[in-house]
Design a protein around this ligand. Structure first.
Ligand code: SAH
Ligand code: SF4
Length: 359
């Protein structure tokens, strides 16, 4: 039996909601725990494999629910094999991207949280392609389950999850937090809360919520400029939440969690990479428990800017370090597979639009 159109994606339910569902079918509560383990621990989406469930329950599940899966339509692997990007097609025909980055002792997944993004940062291909819709919690979790399953076959695990793919996670925070809670659950994948990082362009209410949440999820803030005039121009949401308010919210997050905030700073030639910009950034972040991640711009056809030259990057880093700001230079990963935010999907969507199949 196949599920109907208004069937429930089990990945959208919390554990308590799954209990309520099976109880409404007059099944004992422990059936929910069994289903949960199949989905999040054994990583199966096939009710036929859930052999400890009565056949009638399996049939009922198949009729009214499904375990959301995304269809991989394109996979690109970097030359060194360490970075892999998958373009997934959603059930309603949109495309999203997920990137796996393998390191010596961790496997980090970079997730999408929305289809497109409404914030329109000028250097970002996702931002330039506009906004279609939020991803559901199930679609967020499905990206992780896809890779959890794939890595399990290689005796490996997803160890870290960062919301640095397409979209602004803090404008879809209900779904993001729901997915985190489900993936964090000890009876399932059991991914520790501290292994998640939410990256935001600066949605202050979202950061305030993070400071209140019981789960200690990491915070990354896409700063990219030390003053409001420049930041207004390249990260337009700054017009709504200016740098002062943004840093105030970060300060509260640090006080509440004791965790270090990561500030991301993309270096763009002649735009935000002068000595003066570096000095002002150091000034701005002084006395804040933080660290700066410098990222050379990943250029895309739609992007009007160029990456900063190597010596500029080194000089910028030196000024920050002299200003006692802990700074790392992010090694550019997977440039040749268009691993920059939104880039492979953009090409894919274009290709299918040309073929007349894009929905
Ligand atoms: N919307 C959130 C998370 C997704 S973007 C945010 O903006 O933080 C994730 C990161 O990719 C952000 O730091 C963003 O600034 C960065 N990014 C976007 N376009 C980029 C590009 N062309 N080159 C390098 N980094 C880019
Ligand atoms: Fe959206 Fe982040 Fe891209 Fe800005 S950088 S447009 S917030 S996805």
């Amino acid at each position: 039996m196949t599920s109907t159109n208004d069937a429930i994606d089990l990945l959208n339910l919390s554990f308590d909601e799954l209990v309520a569902l099976v109880v409404s079918w007059e099944q004992p509560r422990f059936r929910a725990a069994q289903i949960w383990r199949w989905v999040y621990h054994t990583l199966t989406a096939d009710f036929g494999e859930m052999v400890n469930l009565p056949a009638a329950l399996r049939a009922q599940l198949a009729e009214h629910t499904y375990v959301g899966r995304l269809e991989p339509v394109d996979v690109a692997v970097s030359d060194d094999g360490l970075t892999e990007k998958t373009v997934f097609r959603t059930r309603d025909g949109h495309y999203i991207e997920t990137v796996l980055m393998r390191y010596t002792n961790r496997n980090t997944l970079c997730l999408s949280s929305q289809i497109g993004c409404a914030l329109g940062c000028v250097f970002c291909s996702t931002g330039q392609s506009g906004f279609a819709r939020d991803l559901s919690a199930g679609e967020i979790s499905a990206q992780v389950l896809h890779y959890a399953q794939k890595l399990a076959q290689q005796n490996a695990h997803v160890t870290n999850v960062v919301f640095m793919g397409m979209g602004e996670p803090m404008l879809n925070d209900e779904a993001v937090w729901r997915a985190i809670a489900n993936l964090n659950d000890r009876e399932g994948l059991a991914l520790g809360a501290r292994r998640f990082t939410i990256s935001t362009a600066g949605i202050v209410p979202g950061i305030e919520r993070m400071a209140r949440e019981a789960m200690e999820v990491g915070l990354a803030v896409s700063l990219h400029a030390p003053d409001n005039a420049l930041r207004n121009r390249i990260v337009p949401i700054n017009r709504r939440y200016a740098i002062e308010r943004l840093l105030e919210a970060c300060r509260r997050y640090i006080e509440r969690t004791g965790r270090r905030v990561t500030f991301e700073y993309i270096l763009m030639d002649g735009i935000n990479d002068s000595d003066e910009h570096a000095r002002r950034t150091a000034e701005l972040l002084r006395n804040l428990l933080c660290h700066v991640n410098l990222i050379p711009l990943n250029p895309s056809p739609a992007c009007p800017f160029r990456p900063s030259p190597r010596e500029r990057v080194m000089r910028f880093q030196e000024i920050l370090v002299n200003g006692r700001i802990q700074t790392t230079l992010r090694a550019s990963r997977g440039l040749e597979i268009e691993a920059g935010c939104g880039q492979l999907r953009e090409r894919y969507a274009k290709r299918s639009a040309e073929a007349g199949q894009h929905g």
